[in-house]
Ligand binder design. Structure first.
Ligand code: GLC
Length: 738
């Protein structure tokens, strides 16, 4: 439909019809199921509004979606189709690693290809848009939703943000039915709740917000994300959903965003609980005046905007502009011409979990896993070794993460299945060892669906079998982790260690003096300090998705090499949190200070450094870095210099190395981080070979929010650091000339 036809359609609509377009509901209003994450409440919405509602989310399947759309259109007097959205964060049926695992690939191109597959499977099933990517920067593993983020760095997160939007939408969203509209979330800074406590207050300087937390949302907007979802939290004292500075001044005025701003689940109603709205009418006014276009799963807009317009408390123009944005997205998706947009059962059958999709999932899983320790080359496992595969995750299918709401768990390849495919039967002895949890009540409301009731006798039996399997073997592969639902939304934790009973199993097995390869299935960095010395190797697997077992087996048996690097620091202890690589120096840095041992920035009872730093990950081979060399010692505004380094594979196996460029601005008009990631590249290097890796440095890379809050570079001394992680690099100084 041409835009002028759209404007005519808008003109023809009643105020009630326009308001209903701003309402986003779940499936139970459309004879489907309620699949929503959040408090279950009846929302007091009229059938008239349901019959004219703008959008529905979390309804799935070509058949179901087609019926919902067809039933809806029979009742919609203006023939306006329903927009069909969903939480398809990192996979529809073929599930890719959780985003914190995708972040560990440091491979945005790969992740874009993964999201193209996600879009293809999702659109085949009738869904036209997704509430993804989640690009909240995270520095606090107590927060359960770190699993949904690509990590602690804005430069890396921005690269993934852009890649995911492009993967979902293509270079430009259109009516082609293999793309879906993306919705970047949660705007803004939801990943910085005080105490790591879910939905808690977020409060930081505007400088930190702009410097660290906003860039990845802007990257999504610049890549064309059609929607932005507001976050539950406050930003400078005002909840995002009612925050005009955030939604108008920054998002619309500064960034030029023209798409739809929709609220998170019931966030409009929560303006009352936050204490910035007297009642639902006040909440409706505050939200729509701030710039909110669509209200998720409450009656706030539906039951209040009409009176607010009729009483003159808000202008009808606000309703019109919101409704037009929603109509324009439906038009861009081609829904007026084809409301079903290519949804087809045949296409679903050919697309979902196809061999090609699974192959890509296996590739992504293998690149997402991080080798944290490998003493005496206990890995890769030699084919003549007898292996005891033990642990609650040894043969578990729950490997997709809390947000894989449409995963086909039967299709998930367990670690045992993957290892059996590669290892001769005789050399693999399996025992469960223990359950994932002893007390499932930690899962709150989810416990009733997931708890396992094992008798004390069976627990004894599990342990005895595990010891027996270990005694027959040369090496123990021990698969431990937190429960999949101990991370994700509503899953903040104050203790970040493995459960005591899993640690007890580890202790029992370590008495056998056999090398232990510890695999960790978690949605967050755990505190591993107490167990690092008890094992020979540590593999951080996250939740790798559908092809988990195949990818892990190929890595463990050396069919492929590790390349993953951490995109989030692993704390030495919870007391360090937040601990992240790009910190400020302080006036009394531990490294250099004229003060005595005591009076420097440090703890009495723990190091400053994390246990495993950002950018860290081992390989089966070794890489040696030569000197960092500059094309020129100084840089002028408007031109660029190059910094290069020779990287040599000094081992016996081929390997992919993620070479990282950090830059330190030694002196600024405000304090600057001790280093900031400014470039990365993944290179494959054969044994004995040397590759020269170069990065371009221009003044744009050196920009920051100055004391005057201007985003620009300042002349002065800089240091380029190039290395294999944020704490292992070679460096060279250069100057930015005035
Ligand atoms: C949830 C989440 C959000 C999700 C939405 C719809 O509360 O915060 O990420 O997209 O509700 O399920």
């Amino acid at each position: 439909m041409k835009d002028e036809q759209l404007l005519n359609l808008l003109d023809s609509m009643t105020l009630e019809e326009k308001i209903a377009q701003l309402v986003l509901l779940t499936g139970e209003f459309f004879d489907s199921e309620e699949r929503s994450i959040g408090p279950k409440q009846k929302i007091g919405i009229s059938q008239d509004v349901v019959d004219m509602a703008g959008a529905v989310y979390n309804v799935f399947g070509a058949e179901e979606v087609t019926k919902i759309q067809s039933d809806y259109l029979k009742k919609n007097k203006k023939g306006i189709p329903l927009l069909i959205l969903a939480d398809i964060i990192h996979g529809y049926k073929t599930i890719f690693p959780i985003p914190l695992g995708l972040g560990s690939t440091w491979n945005p191109d790969l992740v874009r290809e993964c999201m193209e597959i996600v879009a293809d499977e999702t659109s085949a099933s009738g869904v036209q848009g997704t509430f993804s990517p989640m690009v909240d920067l995270v520095r606090d593993p107590r927060w359960g939703r770190v699993m949904e983020s690509t990590g602690e760095d804005s430069f890396l997160n921005s690269a993934f943000s852009s890649a995911m939007v492009t993967g979902f939408q293509g270079e430009r969203l259109d009516a082609s039915n293999r793309s879906i509209a993306s919705c970047v979330k949660h705007f803004a800074a939801y990943g910085a709740p005080e105490g790591g406590r879910e939905y808690n207050t977020v409060d930081m300087s505007e400088r930190r917000l702009r410097q660290d937390y906003l860039p990845a949302y802007k990257a999504a907007v610049d890549s064309g994300s059609e929607m932005v979802m507001t976050s539950f939290n406050t930003v400078d004292g005002m909840p995002a959903t009612g925050n005009k500075w955030l939604l108008q001044d920054i998002l619309r005025e500064e960034w030029g965003f023209q798409g739809i701003v929709l609220s998170d689940y019931a966030a409009t109603q929560e303006l009352i609980l936050h204490g910035v709205a007297e009642d639902e009418s006040d909440a409706a006014r505050l939200a729509i005046e701030a710039g909110l276009d669509m209200d998720m799963k409450t009656s706030v807009f539906a039951n209040n905007l009409f009176d607010l317009v009729k009483s003159g408390r808000i202008s009808e123009g606000l309703v019109n502009q919101a409704a037009l944005r929603i109509l324009r997205l439906k038009n861009k998706l081609g829904l007026f011409e084809d409301p079903y947009r290519g949804a087809s059962v045949q296409r679903e059958q050919a697309t979902l979990l196809s061999d090609g999709n699974r192959k890509m999932a296996r590739e992504a899983a293998a690149q997402s896993v991080v080798l944290l320790k490998n003493n005496n080359a206990v890995l890769p496992i030699q084919s003549d070794k007898k292996v005891a595969l033990i642990g609650p995750y040894s043969d578990e299918k729950l490997l997709c993460g809390m947000w894989a709401i449409q995963a086909d768990y039967e299709a998930v390849v367990t670690l045992k299945e993957g290892m059996e495919r590669l290892a001769a039967q005789a050399s693999l002895f399996h025992a469960k060892g223990c359950d994932i949890l002893e007390d499932y009540s930690v899962l709150g409301g989810m416990a009733k669906y997931l708890s396992v009731d094992t008798s004390p006798e069976d627990k004894e039996h599990y342990l005895r079998d595990a010891i027996q399997a270990a005694e027959q073997s040369d090496v123990i592969v021990l698969a431990l982790g937190e429960h999949m639902f101990q991370s994700g939304e509503g899953a903040s934790r104050t203790e970040l260690s493995l459960p005591d009973h899993q640690l007890a199993l580890l202790d029992e097995l370590s008495l056998l003096s056999k090398p232990i390869v510890l695999l960790l299935f978690t949605g967050r960095p755990l505190v591993l300090t107490g167990l690092v010395d008890k094992v020979a190797a540590i593999v951080q697997a996250w939740y790798p998705g559908t092809e988990a077992g195949n990818a892990l087996a190929e890595l463990l048996y050396g069919e492929r090499n590790f390349s993953g690097k951490l995109s989030m620091s692993f704390p030495h202890s919870v007391g360090q949190i937040p601990v992240y690589y790009n910190e400020f120096s302080t006036g009394r840095p531990l490294s250099v200070s004229g003060h005595s041992e005591r009076f420097v920035s440090k703890y009495l009872d723990a190091p400053n450094a994390p246990l495993f730093p950002f950018g860290y990950g081992l390989s089966y081979t070794d890489f040696k870095y030569g000197e960092a060399c500059l094309s020129h010692p100084s840089l002028n505004f408007g031109d660029a210099i190059q910094v290069s380094v020779d990287v040599t594979n000094t081992g016996e196996l081929s390997g992919d190395e993620i070479v990282q460029l950090y830059i330190r601005d030694v002196t600024g008009s405000v304090v600057r981080p001790v280093k900031e990631l400014k470039g990365f590249v993944k290179v494959n290097i054969e044994p004995g070979e040397t590759t020269t890796v170069s990065f371009n440095i221009n003044e744009e890379l050196l920009r920051f929010y100055t004391i005057e809050m201007e985003y620009k570079a300042e002349p002065g001394k800089f240091i380029a650091l190039i290395g294999t992680s944020s704490d292992s690099f070679v460096e060279v100084e250069f100057n930015l000339l005035p």
